[in-house]
Every structure is written in structure tokens, then in C-alpha cells.
Design a binder for this molecule. Structure first.
Ligand code: ATP
Ligand code: MG
Length: 537
């Protein structure tokens, strides 16, 4: 039974983390035994053909692939990279890696050679599971990654790669998964690299259990048999993998896999309508693109869509209100980071979703806004968002970087590098990353509030606000704006947008400079890289 209030949820909460736990056994083999024909993955081809994969099929394929990897020398603890777009093979590879007690290293397909080389060599990857595009990118890099002995391609053998299908066909379908401890390393995810070089955050199997309470909140305690989950986020990102794919499978909810080169808002609506998607996890940048589609409910049958969750960047009231009007849905915003994900969440089903708030501490996690000395801040006082250890969702350590791991903690608080405030009702409001907070005329301004206001102007599709050094005011606010189709840059429009913000926010917050751009620099996870814009300001 689901709780009816936040207090009930908190008081009734207790972690149940077994000593031995394996993600693959939990999300796949358990269902394959209990309900073998249940659909796990709906694989959508670029032409729109849909193929259903059952839990039994996933178990067999992952057993085979684990046996094949083992036969090629992959042992417990080895890092095995997965460089593939959303597809059943990604799931099979992850499951096989967990079953061997090895460490999955998800890599986004959009990474260029430098991004790949950095992560593969830093991680000391021993194998890569990829497709023809990945094999081509890896070719010139292989010599630079000592120990990378095995490349497997889903597009068949060649160019130094073994064929994925050949390996599956030749391997036994029988396997006894390694009986891992919940604390054994299972996966390593690199941070998005928004503020600097990406860091490898090593997680153990329990990380999935740590996500479940937040996942329940994000989807109003509603995932149930027959539901379908979809996220446009790459499953290589903590958000895609741990907020969508793996917890859905844990609940026996089918996940839609779609290989898309880029996010197309009309296509996204069409997919959700055609496949009767019930639960969606859509990060803010993608939601802002959906917002440019007029009248979506008239054009697409979205009646199946019951829960819509978002995380990874600030959502902001404008996009929150848009979803209520245009989709008749309340977006459940959550917050976390690769190192310690999904620790704040909203839950509209329990009346716990407020425009402009990233949500409340998820039961089981102790989250606070703290002062530099580690003491909790007063209500509404801005400080550092922090999470107390131990916490099952928390990373084990940064890979190869004990100093960075050490610096991440202030006593038992894991600091996030994010500024926020908790209001008197216990809702957390994100202010900005430490480096993104703008200091102007003695005020500390979060860029999100300005960006949200800019979005309310009819000409604005996307916006980013940064601080530009100024001799008098320390910094002034400079805004980078992408216009909606039909609008062209002009001084008059810049002045109009400035006036628009000035009448809505206080005078020190309005952008004294506006630059129009055809696009903004985004991480592979769709986040605005404000540090690049700061350098240009
Ligand atoms: P890096 O650490 O390499 O600079 P990153 O912090 O962007 O990159 P992630 O771990 O993918 O890498 O992102 C986590 C960060 O995303 C959080 O620390 C926070 O700054 C931001 N974030 C996540 N959820 C939200 C949210 N709901 N509102 C605002 N910001 C959010
Ligand atoms: Mg970070």
C-alpha cells in the first residue's frame, strides 16, 4: 500500500539492503523466474517497428554474453564499457557484466574520440561493447588504452572487433551469477563534465536499491504491470540508467528503447502516443523543446501518460506550469548527482510538487542545506546542499582520485557543489552550482531564476544567464538567448527582452547584456555548460 502523506512515508521508512545483492538477478532473473513472458524491453527500430523482449529472453541472452565475456578473460572487478544507443544489447551487456561481478562503464554514443579516450584510459577498460560507429571511433585509440583487449560489435565481426551475435550463439545459456555483496563495485559513471573534467564515480550494486524510494516518488507510486516507461536520456547517463531503465525493470515495467540521433519534440510526442507510454522521464532541456510544440494534446493521443518526471537541471516554474496547461500533468522534479543521485524528489500524487522547488528529501536520505562549517542553515537561508553518509545511493569513491573523494566530504556531509535553500515547509529550492552563482552589486543570484523569466518571453526558446566581470558591480548578468522560430535577433528585441525581465525581477537581476545564439553549448546529457559561456562573456 502506498503512503498518503510525506510524514507517513518518512515514519514508515526503513532501508532493506541485503548483505548479498546483484542488480542483474534483481532486475532480470527474478522476473524471468516469476513471470518469464513479461515484456522487459520494447525495441523500436528507426523505421518504427516494435519488437518485444521478455525477461526470459533477457536472462538467456545475458547468461550467454556473460559466458562469452568470461571466456575472453573478463573477471570480477574488470571495467567493461558499453558504448551503444538505447537498445536491448545495452541491457544484455549491463546484465552480463553485473552477473560476472565486473564493472559496467556506460559511455554515451555522442562522445568524440577525446571524450572516449579520457574515460577508457582513466577507467582502465578491458573491453568495449559497441556498434560499427563505435568500432570506427575506437580504431585509432586502441593502442593508447593498454589492457583494452576485447571489442565486441553488435554490427558483426571486423576491424578488430568480435561479432556480438556470434559470441551469443557460441556461448552456453546457463550461468550461475557471481554472488556479489551489495557493496561490491558494479558500475562506474562519469559525471557530465559541466564544471570541469568528468570524474568517474564508482558505485556498488546497492546503488539501485538506493534509487527506489525516489523513483517511487517521481512516478507517484504508480509503476505497475502493463506500464511502459520511456526516457529520451541516454542510458549511459546516471539519469537514464538509474532514474529510468533499471528501476523500471526492478518493478517489472517495460522500458521503451529507441535509437534516436537527436531529440525531436514532435517525434517524442508521437512515440509516447503510439506506444501508450505511461511513465516518462524527460530532462529539462528536452521538456523546453517539447514546449515549442503547439497544442500537443489535440495532435497526439497522450491519455496513457500518467507520470512525467524530470531531473538533471533546474526545471523552473515556467516549464512546470506549461506541462499543467498543455499536458494536464504535474512534472515531478527530482534532484541528485552522479555521485549521489535522486535524494530530493517531488510527488504530485501526494501533493508534494511545487513550482520552482526540486522537491523534498526522499525518505531514507538525510539531505540538508548547510553552512560552510557544516551546521544546518536556517529555513530560507542559502547554503550548500549536502547529503549525510552512510547512504545506500552514495558512490564508493572517485576512480583514481582519492584527493577529490576526500574533498567531497565535510565530516559526514557529502557536499554537492550546489547552492540551495530549504523553505519553512521543507521544500528545497535550487539556487545554482557554486561556480554559476552570479555576484552582482552585493547580491548572490542564481542563474535559474533569470533563465526561467527569460523563457516566459514569447520570443525565447532557450536561455542561459552567466556573470560577466564588471569593475563596479563585481559581475553583471549576461544572458545568452536562443530565439524561437519566426523571431530574428535585433537590438530592439534585446531591449524588449531586457525590459520584460526588469519589470518581473528585481533591477539587479536583469541582464544588462543579451547575446543571441543559434544554439547553446550543451553537455552530452543536455545541460547548459555555463562555464563556456562565461569564457565568451
Ligand atoms: P560535473 O560534476 O562533471 O561538473 P555535473 O555535475 O553536471 O558534471 P551530473 O552528476 O550529471 O554531472 O549532474 C549533477 C548536477 O546536476 C547536480 O549537482 C546539479 O548541479 C544538477 N542538477 C541535478 N538535478 C537538478 C535539479 N532538479 N535542479 C537543478 N540542478 C540539478
Ligand atoms: Mg557534479
Amino acid at each position: 500500500m502506498s503512503p498518503t502523506t510525506y510524514d507517513e512515508m518518512v515514519s514508515g521508512f526503513r532501508w532493506r539492503i541485503p548483505e548479498r545483492y546483484n542488480i542483474a538477478v534483481d532486475v532480470c532473473d527474478r522476473w524471468a523466474a516469476a513471470d518469464p513472458d513479461r515484456t522487459a524491453i520494447l525495441d523500436v527500430s528507426p523505421a518504427g517497428r516494435v519488437e518485444a523482449w521478455s525477461f526470459a529472453a533477457l536472462r538467456e541472452a545475458s547468461n550467454r554474453f556473460a559466458n562469452a565475456l568470461r571466456a575472453h578473460g573478463i573477471l570480477a572487478g574488470d571495467r567493461v564499457a558499453v558504448l551503444l544507443p538505447q537498445s536491448p544489447a545495452v541491457v544484455v551487456a549491463h546484465l552480463a557484466i553485473y552477473k560476472l561481478g565486473a564493472v559496467a562503464l556506460p559511455l554515451a554514443v555522442v562522445f568524440g574520440p577525446e571524450g572516449l579516450l579520457h574515460r577508457l584510459s582513466d577507467a582502465g577498460a578491458r573491453a568495449v561493447v559497441t556498434h560499427a560507429g563505435g568500432v570506427a571511433k575506437l580504431g585509432p585509440l586502441r593502442d593508447a588504452v593498454p589492457g583494452l583487449d576485447l571489442v565486441v560489435s553488435t554490427d558483426g565481426a571486423g576491424d578488430g572487433a568480435l561479432g556480438y551475435a556470434d559470441l551469443l550463439a557460441a556461448a552456453s545459456p546457463d550461468l550461475i551469477p557471481v554472488d556479489t555483496l551489495a557493496d561490491d563495485p558494479a558500475l562506474m559513471i562519469y559525471t557530465s563534465g559541466t564544471t570541469g573534467p568528468p570524474k568517474g564515480a564508482l558505485h556498488s550494486h546497492r546503488v539501485l536499491l538506493g534509487h527506489l524510494p525516489g523513483f517511487a516518488m517521481m512516478h507517484d507510486f504508480m509503476p505497475k504491470a502493463g506500464d511502459r516507461m520511456w526516457t529520451p536520456a541516454d542510458w549511459a547517463w546516471a539519469g537514464g540508467l538509474l532514474n529510468a531503465l533499471l528501476p523500471s525493470l526492478h518493478h517489472g515495467v517495460a522500458v521503451v528503447a529507441r535509437k534516436a540521433e537527436k531529440f525531436e519534440p514532435e517525434e517524442a510526442f508521437r512515440l509516447m502516443a503510439d506506444l501508450s507510454v505511461a511513465n516518462a522521464f524527460v530532462p529539462p532541456t528536452a521538456l523546453r523543446m517539447l514546449r515549442t510544440v503547439t497544442d500537443p494534446r489535440r495532435r497526439f493521443d497522450l491519455r496513457a501518460l500518467r507520470t512525467l518526471a524530470s531531473a538533471g537541471e533546474m526545471l523552473g516554474p515556467e516549464t512546470f506550469h506549461w506541462a499543467r496547461t498543455a499536458l494536464d500533468l504535474t512534472i515531478n522534479e527530482a534532484y541528485g548527482q552522479t555521485e549521489c543521485n535522486l535524494v530530493l524528489a517531488s510527488c504530485s500524487g501526494l501533493g508534494l510538487a511545487r513550482a520552482g522547488s526540486t522537491g523534498r528529501p526522499v525518505p531514507g536520505h538525510r539531505v540538508a542545506v548547510i553552512r560552510p562549517d557544516g551546521c544546518p542553515a536556517a529555513p530560507d537561508e542559502t547554503g550548500q546542499i549536502a547529503v549525510a553518509r552512510p547512504d545506500p545511493v552514495m558512490f564508493l569513491r572517485y576512480w583514481n582520485d582519492p584527493d577529490a573523494t576526500e574533498r567531497k566530504f565535510l565530516g559526514d556531509w557529502m557536499t554537492t557543489g550546489d547552492q540551495g535553500r530549504m523553505d519553512g515547509d521543507g521544500y528545497v529550492h535550487f539556487v545554482g552550482r557554486d561556480d554559476d552563482v552570479i555576484t552582482s552589486s552585493g547580491y548572490r543570484i542564481g542563474p535559474g531564476e533569470i533563465e526561467d523569466c527569460l523563457l516566459r518571453h514569447p520570443a525565447v526558446a532557450l536561455a542561459a544567464a552567466v556573470g560577466k566581470p564588471d569593475p563596479v558591480r563585481t559581475e553583471i548578468v549576461k544572458a545568452f538567448v536562443v530565439l524561437r522560430p519566426g523571431y530574428g535577433p535585433s537590438d530592439a528585441l534585446a531591449a524588449e527582452i531586457q525590459a520584460f525581465v526588469r519589470t518581473r525581477l528585481s533591477a539587479h537581476e536583469y541582464p544588462r547584456e543579451i547575446a543571441f545564439r543559434p544554439s547553446l553549448p550543451l553537455t552530452t546529457t543536455g545541460k547548459i555548460i555555463r562555464r563556456v559561456l562565461r569564457d565568451e562573456a
